[in-house]
Design a protein around this ligand. Structure first.
Ligand code: FAD
Length: 548
C-alpha cells in the first residue's frame, strides 16, 4: 500500500478561484464525474463549508485520529496521532494498527472489537498501547465503521486519547476507599451512613455483626425506634430535615436469644454532601444530598458495672441500716438495764449518807449492782457490730473513683459542683478491699460536697487526682469549700469529732474509719496544711498489701 501524505494546508484562494473557473466552463470532453468530484472538493460560493475544511478540522483535532482500510491498515493519521504515538505519518501509513499494541491487551478484547466493527457498529473501549519509544499508555479508543455509497464497509475511523492519568486517579480513589473501609472495619464502634430515605449506603463490620445478632432486622431501624422512644421524636427526621445532631444518647435493646439487655450510646450527625451535578463544575452549586452518620458504641459492660456498683451500694446501705436498727435496739435494752444498778447505787449512796447502811445490806446492794452491770455489759457487747471481712482483690483506683463519681452524679449536679477529674493515665493495680475503699472514697467525696454546701460559694469545684507512686498510688480530693482550721487538722480523724455546722445524720466516725482503711492498705491520709483554697485531702495506698 503506497504511503500517502496529507496536504500541508488549505489551498490558497488562487487555487480555489482557478478551480471555480474550471468548473464553470470545463473543457469539452471532461467526464461529468470529474466535474462533480472537483465541484465537491472546491465547494461553491453558496456553500460556506468546503470539504477541505472538514479535512483540516480532522487534521488539527487534539484527538489522535486515524483512518484505516477494512483490514486496519492505516491510510491516514493526524498530527495528534503523531504526537501521542511518537510515530511520523510515514512510519505508520501502510501498517496495521497492531503496530501500537503492547501485547498486554487480552485477545478476547480484540475479538470483541472486531466482531463489533465488522457488524458495522461502533466499538469503544480501552487498550494498552505502546509508543514508538516503548512507553505504555492506556488508550481510550472509539472505532466507527465508514460505509461507502454502495453500502460497502471499506474504512474504519479510529479516535483515541491517553487516559493513563485518569486510570491512575481511579486507582488512587479505589485505594483510598479500601483504606477507609479497613479503618472503619477496625473501629470497635458501629458505623453506618444512611441516605435521605434512611437506607444504609455504607457500614462496617460491627454494624454487620449487629445485623447478624438482630437476625436480619436492620440495626439502623431498630436503633432509630429505640432513640425515638427515648427522645420522644424521630431522630432521623430531625437530623435529616433540621440538621440536628445528637450525641451519646443511651438506649437499650432486648435482643432475641440474648439473656441480658444490651446498651448502646448513639450519636447522629447530618453530613451534607457536595453538589456533584454538572452545573456545579464552575462553582454555581446546589445543596447536595444530606446523609446521616450513625455511630453506636456498645456500652453494655460499662452499664453492667455501674448497675453492679449501684446494687452493691444499695446492699451496703441496707446492711448499714439493719445494723443501726439492731444497735439502737440493743442500746435501748442496755440503757434500760443500766437503769437498775443506777437505782441501786442511788439507794446505797442514800443509805450511806443517812448512816443507816448496814454492811450486810450494802454488800447485797453491791452484788445486785455488779450483777445488773454485767448484764448491761453483755447486752452492750452483743450490740457491737462484727467486723465484716472482705477478701483482697486487684483494685483499679481510677475505676473505683469513676464508679463513685457516677454514683454521686445526681448530688454533684444538684449542688452545682464542677468536677475536674484528673486520673493518671497509667496506675498500678492494688491488692485491696474494693468495698472498703469504695465506701471510703464515697465518704471523702460526701465530705467535700458538704464542705462546698456549707461554704455557700457560687463557684464550687471538686478536683480528683490520681498519681502512681513507687509502690502504690496517691489520691487527692480537693474542694474549694469551707476548709479545715489548722488546729482541727488532726482532730478530724478522731472518733466522734463533728465539725460540721449541720450535724444531722453525722456520727463523726467517717474520717476515723477512712484512716483505719487507709492504714490497713499500708498507706496514710492527711489534710494538706499548705492548701488554703479549701480542703485538700491527700492519701496514699500501697500496692503491696498483706492479705488477712
Ligand atoms: P491479531 O492476531 O492481529 O488480532 C487478535 C484478534 O483480533 C484475532 O484473533 C482476531 O480475532 C481479531 N482480528 C484481528 N484482525 C482482524 C481482522 N482483520 N478481521 C477480523 N478479526 C481480526 N489495536 C491496538 O492494540 N491499539 C490501537 O490503538 C488500535 N487501534 C485500532 C484502530 C482501528 C481503526 C482499527 C480498525 C483497529 C485498531 N486496533 C488497535 C486493532 C488492531 O488492528 C489489531 O487487531 C490488534 O492490535 C491486535 O493485533 P495483534 O497483532 O496483537 O493480534
Amino acid at each position: 500500500m503506497p504511503a500517502r501524505s496529507a496536504p500541508e494546508s488549505i489551498p490558497s484562494t488562487e487555487i480555489l478561484n482557478t478551480l471555480g473557473e474550471f468548473i464553470a466552463s470545463p473543457p469539452d470532453g471532461t467526464p461529468p464525474e470529474v466535474v462533480e468530484a472537483l465541484a465537491r472538493m472546491g465547494g461553491n460560493s453558496a456553500d460556506p463549508l468546503p470539504p477541505l475544511l472538514f479535512f483540516e478540522a480532522v487534521e488539527q483535532s487534539p484527538i489522535a485520529i486515524s483512518i484505516t482500510d477494512a483490514q486496519a491498515i492505516i491510510l491516514y493519521a493526524n498530527r495528534a496521532f503523531e504526537e501521542l504515538t511518537g510515530y511520523t505519518r510515514d512510519e505508520v501509513l501502510g501498517h496495521n494498527e497492531s503496530l501500537l499494541s503492547n501485547n498486554a491487551t487480552p485477545t478476547n478484547i480484540y475479538q470483541q472489537l472486531w466482531r463489533t466493527i465488522q457488524a458495522r457498529q461502533t466499538w469503544s473501549g480501552t487498550l494498552v498501547n505502546r509508543t514508538k519509544w516503548g512507553g505504555d499508555y492506556l488508550a481510550e479508543l472509539i472505532i466507527t465503521p465508514v460505509i461507502d455509497r454502495d453500502g460497502e464497509l471499506k474504512y474504519f475511523l479510529g479516535m483515541h486519547r491517553d487516559v493513563t492519568k485518569v486510570h491512575a486517579l481511579e486507582g488512587a480513589l479505589h485505594q483510598q476507599k479500601a483504606r477507609l473501609e479497613t479503618v472503619l472495619d477496625a473501629a470497635p464502634v458501629i458505623v453506618a451512613l444512611l441516605d435521605s430515605a434512611g437506607r444504609v449506603i455504607l457500614d462496617n463490620q460491627e454494624y454487620k455483626r449487629l445485623l447478624g445478632e438482630l437476625q436480619g432486622r436492620e440495626p439502623a431501624e431498630v436503633l432509630r425506634a429505640a432513640l425515638g422512644e427515648q427522645l420522644g421524636l424521630d431522630p432521623f427526621v430531625a437530623c435529616l430535615e433540621q440538621g440536628r445532631a445528637f450525641k451519646n444518647i443511651e438506649v437499650s435493646l432486648d435482643i432475641r436469644g440474648q439473656s441480658s439487655t444490651r446498651w448502646f450510646a448513639c450519636s447522629l450527625n447530618p453530613v451534607d454532601e457536595s453538589d456533584a451535578s454538572a452545573r456545579s463544575y464552575f462553582g454555581e452549586s446546589m445543596p447536595g444530598e444530606r446523609r446521616l452518620l450513625l455511630l453506636a458504641n456498645d456500652i453494655t459492660s460499662r452499664r453492667r458495672e455501674i448497675e453492679r456498683a449501684h446494687l452493691e451500694n444499695l446492699r451496703a446501705r441496707l446492711a448499714e441500716q439493719q445494723l443501726m436498727h439492731g444497735m439502737r435496739e440493743a442500746l435501748a435494752a442496755a440503757v434500760y438495764q443500766i437503769q437498775v444498778p443506777l437505782n441501786v447505787i442511788q439507794a446505797a449512796s442514800g443509805m450511806l449518807r443517812d448512816g443507816v447502811g448496814h454492811p450486810e445490806i450494802l454488800a447485797t446492794l453491791l452484788d445486785q449492782i455488779n450483777e445488773s452491770g454485767i448484764k448491761a455489759l453483755a447486752t452492750l457487747t452483743a450490740a457491737l457490730p462484727e467486723e465484716t471481712r472482705e477478701a483482697g482483690v486487684r483494685v483499679n483506683v481510677n475505676k473505683l473513683l469513676r464508679q463513685v463519681l457516677e454514683l454521686e452524679t445526681q448530688r454533684l449536679l444538684a449542688d452545682g459542683i464542677v468536677v475536674d477529674w484528673r486520673p493518671a493515665t497509667l496506675l498500678p493495680e492494688l491488692n485491696g478491699h474494693k468495698n472498703q475503699l469504695r465506701a471510703m472514697f464515697k465518704h471523702l467525696i460526701d465530705n467535700a460536697i458538704q464542705a462546698l454546701r456549707e461554704s455557700g460559694r457560687a463557684n464550687r469545684e471538686l478536683v480528683l487526682t490520681t498519681r502512681p507512686l513507687d509502690r502504690g498510688v496517691e489520691v487527692e480530693i480537693q474542694d474549694n469549700g469551707r476548709g479545715i482550721a489548722s488546729e482541727d487538722r488532726y482532730r478530724v480523724f478522731e472518733p466522734f469529732h463533728i465539725g460540721w455546722r449541720d450535724r444531722r445524720g453525722r456520727s463523726g466516725m467517717g474520717l476515723a474509719l477512712s484512716q483505719e482503711i487507709v492504714n490497713a492498705h499500708g498507706g496514710s491520709i492527711e489534710v494538706d496544711p499548705d492548701f488554703t483554697g479549701g480542703c485538700l485531702m491527700r492519701l496514699s495506698l500501697n500496692a503491696v498489701f498483706a492479705d488477712d
